[in-house]
Design a protein around this ligand. Sequence first.
Ligand SMILES: Cc1ncc(COP(=O)(O)O)c(C=O)c1O
Length: 365
Amino acid sequence: MTIVPINDLSRWDNSERDRIDGRIQAVVKSGHFMLGSNTKELESQLSRRLDGMNVMCVGNGTDALAVSILGLGLKAGDKIATVANAGGYATGAILRLGCIPILIDVDPDTTQMAPISLSAAIVQHPDIKAVIVTHLYGLMADITAISTITKEKKILLIEDCAQAIGASTDRREAGSWGDASTFSFYPTKNLGCLGDGGAVAFRDAVHYASGRRVAQYGWSERYVISDMNGFNSRLDEIQASVLLERIQTLQSNNDKRRAIVRQYADALPASHKMIWRDDASYVGHLAIVVGPSRAHIQQVLDAHEVGHGIHYPLTDNSQPAWQEVFVDASVPNCDQLATQIVTIPCFPSMTDAEIAQVCTALAAL
Ligand SMILES: Cc1ncc(COP(=O)(O)O)c(C=O)c1O
């Protein structure tokens, strides 16, 4: 038996690698490395998926969050609600821009933002200006309920789709429900490039224009800085060309990921559960097991040579850098889940033998 890895990006489909090589060579030959036709084409393909939203590519998913906040016109001191169990990416962006994060608890069954907790937070902080909802692990949050709340309360809605590209609810893709949405193309993501990459989508053309300025030095035109918050965040043409190749297999790879987790769910004893749904609202970014004893799950996985991890071991309110920010935070479900969750292997190039090895381990829990 060999160890089943959590992920393995060195496993290439040779024909895909040849096609990607061809695309990269074409960019190299063109001499056009930034803001060219590949990036434009990727933006328009993403826009078509996202109900015609205005899409701009940026350097990574973290910048995408910052650009979304600034593009929507949010200012230092504005309150932005987000969950505490999603790796701290949204909270980090909120804090970096001088905004105030309000932590929302999650539904313990889905691990996603609980609409009821969002409503309670809005009662407590009627001046919340925006919500960042992360579709965590590739599972869509209850976006119908959350978008109903934000519309009714006239609060801006940002969807962090870094882990959920291609997921949909009622045939509407993650990222097309809010005022803005953000994506990461980090190599391990469901749509990954060969380095860093990201994108932001804005519903409103004025917000989009503002986001464009922010991500290009604050320029309104070449060398004219009209936005105080400008920095530089762009996707390069080589990465865009890789993504144009890979976006063609996004759906089939998402289906493979979900099929793997379906086998895990079938193998698991009733004492444990997978965080997933057997429909298009889950795209299997991460396979998460929850059970009464994490140590037991880890022991059994080790005994069966199955790799594992934790996403994420610390909630935002437990991060050392943010201790003073969150003295009053109350997110008991996030805190509890952080002690229970275990991530197990899930990637499209897993072999049947590897999937069977994981299933045997799960059946032994
Ligand atoms: C939910 C979520 N948001 C944001 C990010 C940040 O993306 P990036 O690593 O491209 O900056 C990640 C990536 O790790 C993520 O998982």
